[in-house]
Design a protein around this ligand. Structure first.
Ligand SMILES: Cc1cc2nc3c(=O)[nH]c(=O)nc-3n(C[C@H](O)[C@H](O)[C@H](O)COP(=O)(O)O)c2cc1C
Length: 202
């Protein structure tokens, strides 16, 4: 019998958990996120697609009080407490020299040569695919029963200097707190556009 995998729609509870009921959290319950949970997020998100399997995301999981204070100091006023109170905040960065890893990540062909000498193209590809991977991180965390609080209000250059000092080819994209969200910390849901507003089928 041929199994029609594409007919396997997730049940309503799963869709609620991933999308419909999931919210962006600003405050956090005092409940730890273990290193095993962080690794479990990676084990899921790494399976989602990137161009030529380039996997340009580079993540620093900021967990210690000292590291959180360092990150919070580089965040906008409104975001400082959201970092300090969270069990962990991921710095979602990307590697503009991701192509050096392509010989093993995409062994079917010489994809490294497509990017060699084209730093502008690499930067664009790394940002595009690294952003996708940041979104996959959010959905993987939600799938594992965790909540997220993504933020772009911080000093990117400062974060690069403070957290990617040993990796000068890595750039921060956005940051994302992960934990168990405090329901009291969310705003009313902002409107979402109907299909016809921003979609066209031709
Ligand atoms: C990339 C990104 C950057 C964001 N930056 C900030 C931020 O700096 N500070 C903040 O309070 N919220 C930030 N947000 C949160 C958004 O405002 C929030 O996810 C959006 O309004 C949807 O909220 P909801 O998931 O509760 O519906 C950011 C979200 C994303 C995805």
């Amino acid at each position: 019998m041929t199994i029609q995998y594409h007919d396997h729609v997730l049940d309503a509870a799963a869709l609620d958990q991933l999308f419909r009921e999931a919210r962006t959290y600003n405050g956090w319950l005092k409940k730890d996120v273990s290193d095993e949970q962080i690794e479990a997020i990676w084990e899921l998100m790494k399976m989602a697609p990137t161009s030529a399997n380039m996997q340009p995301v580079r993540i620093v999981w900021v967990k210690s009080a000292e590291a959180k204070a360092k990150l919070a100091a580089l965040a906008s006023e409104g975001n400082k407490a959201k970092i300090e109170a969270a069990p962990v905040t991921a710095i979602i960065g990307y590697d503009i020299d991701f192509h050096e890893e392509l010989p093993w990540l995409f062994p079917h062909t010489d994809a490294r040569s497509w990017f060699e000498g084209d730093e502008k193209g690499r930067e664009q590809a790394a940002f595009r695919n690294g952003s996708l991977q940041g979104a996959y991180l959010i959905l993987a965390a939600r799938a594992l029963g965790l909540d997220c609080g993504p933020m772009s209000g911080f000093d990117n250059a400062g974060v690069d200097k403070a957290f990617f000092a040993d990796e000068p080819r890595h750039r921060s994209n956005f940051i994302c707190s992960v934990g168990y969200g405090d329901p009291a910390s969310i705003f009313g849901r902002s409107p979402r556009p109907d299909f016809g507003k921003f979609n066209t089928v031709i």
